[in-house]
Design a protein around this ligand. Structure first.
Ligand code: NA7
Length: 292
């Protein structure tokens, strides 16, 4: 298929690379130039990238960035034609997603929100999990692209339900990781060896994908970004906003938001969100240690 891929960040770049690898005709665009991708044409603007393609796929930071690449100067909207599909793998506001979809629908363009779970490693290996919102028939047309970038697609309902699901998923990740990080900090302070604690966690009902994924990085003190803290904080804000709109109270997430705010103030925003642990360690006056 002819695809424009907008956003060559940690996630977007390997996703676009997998489309190229699967034989699709890919044109890329990134706000900051110099992010060329082998096998793809580099466009000068989102509109330039979108001209004549079947699908415009986006993976940019936040709601404002999506609005900008779609409707800003040189935005993809200028090149939209009836029959095209816009797919968005950014994590953004569900209500803004509905507004964007409405606006392009007036031009005969379908909109699918398709945020992902799986982080950088899954993006590289083409094993992302998509949670999609949109029309069943439109999703079917995207199947070859989903297959090239991911291992599973969950169809969550009509437009914006993918984003709503993603917020509910990241809410759980943030709270599970916070629980793990607080447990590691307390156990260390009370003199429990982490090497003894981790096998117990693995053997018990506390075990989780979040713990499996993060524990090896923590043991190596490797807080380089698989999923940057600033993006998790963005998702926490999105989730609290969506909850406010829906008149839902999320006291646990509100408490975790404060930890992320303080970690960002300490300058950890570009590290992995696992680095929130270092704040807990600082408050407790300990460092969680284990053999690498
Ligand atoms: P990154 O690695 O921070 O990449 C963000 C991308 O978004 C990058 O290409 C940015 O371009 C682009 N960006 C950011 N702001 C804008 C604006 N205003 N206009 C156009 N493009 C912009 O994030 P990830 O790849 O890890 O994550 C992307 C999304 O997936 C995000 O929603 C996550 O929550 C999930 P730059 O290179 O900075 O010019």
């Amino acid at each position: 298929m002819r695809v424009a891929f907008l956003g060559m960040g940690i996630m977007g770049r390997p996703m676009a690379a997998n489309l190229v690898k699967a034989g699709h005709e890919v044109t890329i665009w990134n706000r900051t130039p110099g992010k060329d991708l082998e096998g793809a044409r580099t466009a000068s603007s989102p509109a330039d990238a979108a001209r004549g393609v079947e699908v415009v796929w986006m993976c940019v930071s936040d709601t404002k960035a999506v609005e900008n690449v779609l409707f800003g100067p040189g935005g993809a909207e200028e090149a939209l034609a009836a029959g095209m599909i816009i797919a968005d793998s950014s994590t953004i506001s569900p209500s803004a997603t509905l507004r964007f979809a409405e606006r392009v629908k007036a031009r005969g363009v379908d909109y699918v929100d398709a945020p992902v779970t799986g982080s950088k490693i899954a993006a590289e290996s083409g094993s992302l999990i998509f949670m999609a919102g949109g029309d069943e028939a439109v999703l079917a047309r995207l199947q070859p692209l989903f297959q090239a970038m991911g291992k599973q697609v969950f169809h969550m309902g009509d437009t914006s339900k993918g984003q709503a699901t993603k917020l509910a998923m990241n809410l759980q990740i943030a709270l599970i990781y916070e629980g793990f990080a607080e447990a590691l900090t307390l156990a260390t302070k009370l003199g429990v060896e982490i090497e003894k604690l981790l096998p117990l966690v693995q053997a018990s009902m506390v075990r989780s994908g979040v713990v499996d994924y993060k524990a090896p990085f923590i043991l190596k003190r490797d807080f380089s970004p698989n999923f940057p803290l600033r993006l998790m904080l963005k998702d926490i804000h999105l989730t609290l906003d969506a909850a406010k709109e829906a008149r839902v109270r999320l006291p646990g997430l509100e408490a975790v938001e404060e930890v992320y705010d303080l970690a960002a103030e300490e300058g950890h925003q570009d590290l992995d969100y696992a680095a929130t642990l270092t704040l807990l360690e600082k408050w407790a006056g300990v460092e969680v240690k284990g053999a690498a």
